[in-house]
Design a protein around this ligand. Sequence first.
Ligand SMILES: C[S@@+](CC[C@H](N)C(=O)[O-])C[C@H]1O[C@@H](n2cnc3c(N)ncnc32)[C@H](O)[C@@H]1O
Length: 258
Amino acid sequence: MPKSEFDDEFLRLVEEFNTSAGAVERRSRILSALDLRPGDHVLDVGAGPGHQVAEIATAVPGGLVKGVDSAESAITIARKRWTRLDNVEFVSGDAYKLPFENAAFNVVMSSQVFEYLDNVAAALSEIFRVLKPKGRVLIHGTEWGALLWRSSDAERMARFMSIWNGHLADPHMPQTLAKKLRTAGFKAVKAEPVVHVETNYDPSSMSAILMKFVVGYVVSRGVSQDEADAWVDDLLGLDATGEHFFSSNEYIFSAEKP
Ligand SMILES: C[S@@+](CC[C@H](N)C(=O)[O-])C[C@H]1O[C@@H](n2cnc3c(N)ncnc32)[C@H](O)[C@@H]1O
């Protein structure tokens, strides 16, 4: 996705998404996998509005958390939102050229960002550089090929998801990440699944907010607003008859710098 597309509307939806029950549960899974210690120095690459940074901050008393993002608007939102925290810092910068010294962090994490990177190897090499020896990396992302979203029009659903996947550099990023982590020099590579399932529609659920992202994106790629609205009506209609089903497969990868 070109950086220009991480615009204010995209980031507003990321903020809304981050308050959904699924995203809250996901962050708590990431936090527990991070296994942080008081005093840790932690970096979140592609921190967006900074929800995960704020949660990490409370887990590292005496430590420091930095969030880096290439979108200026994300940095502005995050700085405004988290003024009450005194051990966080939001920095403008690119995953391919992290604006930090070598060996500056004990832990580096990134969530829902590597799917957008067209050069994962370059970003991993930067993470390797800024980690201390024995430091840990954690990368969370979605396997978009494993998304299940019940619809009464399978062709339209597949077409919309195929268009939607075009907003990512690699919708199947998790499938190749383990090898890329090892190639970058990391050891003890592990992956654990995070499966999010909904059997009821709720306007604040993950699927409801994803629906808004998808409608905006497919319409920007030439689908008519009428057809996008018909897709939404179909999904809401399925909920009305008790048939809502949405499930995403996400993965948390972790590894260590020797
Ligand atoms: C889907 S959002 C996820 C934000 C945040 N990690 C979260 O889970 O709320 C993707 C974020 O990655 C950032 N991003 C994309 N490419 C980047 C790059 N090359 N360097 C730094 N940040 C990047 C975007 O600006 C955006 O804020």
